[in-house]
Design a protein around this ligand. Structure first.
Ligand SMILES: NC(=O)c1ccc[n+]([C@@H]2O[C@H](COP(=O)([O-])OP(=O)(O)OC[C@H]3O[C@@H](n4cnc5c(N)ncnc54)[C@H](OP(=O)(O)O)[C@@H]3O)[C@@H](O)[C@H]2O)c1
Length: 108
């Protein structure tokens, strides 16, 4: 299943959990915000604390959100590609996840 989803836009939260229970993969498009790149002071604060970039944190959040999430972040830059691949090795501490969950809560 492919649909728009990222740390700031989480309309598919319940659907993702249902798909995970049924073993169906979910590929979020616009994982970094697409045409409107993600911008959030919370994201920037967490990234600074972990010594990573905001986009790496946004990707790491998606990877830890559910086991059925697969990522294909779009980029035309080799540097960004390397940065994005490295995000797969980033484990977010619990307090960082709690803070990041607050980004979408502001929208609700
Ligand atoms: N099914 C659908 O309807 C649908 C719709 C849209 C997209 N998609 C698919 O979803 C995937 C991702 O979508 P997308 O590429 O539109 O959105 P995206 O991955 O959220 O955003 C891509 C944008 O993020 C920038 N970016 C990537 N890595 C970055 C980094 N490390 N730091 C800063 N900026 C970074 C890119 O710029 P640079 O080029 O400068 O890195 C590009 O402008 C693609 O596979 C696409 O085909 C599917």
């Amino acid at each position: 299943m492919q649909n728009a989803y990222n740390v700031a836009h989480r309309k598919d939260d319940a659907l993702i959990d249902d798909l995970a229970r049924d073993g169906i993969a979910y590929v979020p498009f616009f994982p970094l915000g697409g045409f409107n790149p993600l911008q959030s002071s919370i994201l920037s604060d967490v990234a600074e604390r972990l010594g990573r970039t905001p986009m790496q944190v946004a990707l790491a959040w998606l990877l830890c959100r559910a086991p059925n999430i697969l990522l294909i972040p779009g980029t035309s830059s080799v540097a960004h590609l390397r940065e994005n691949v490295a995000a797969a090795g980033l484990e977010l501490p619990k307090d960082a996840i709690t803070a990041l969950d607050g980004i979408a809560a502001r929208d609700r």
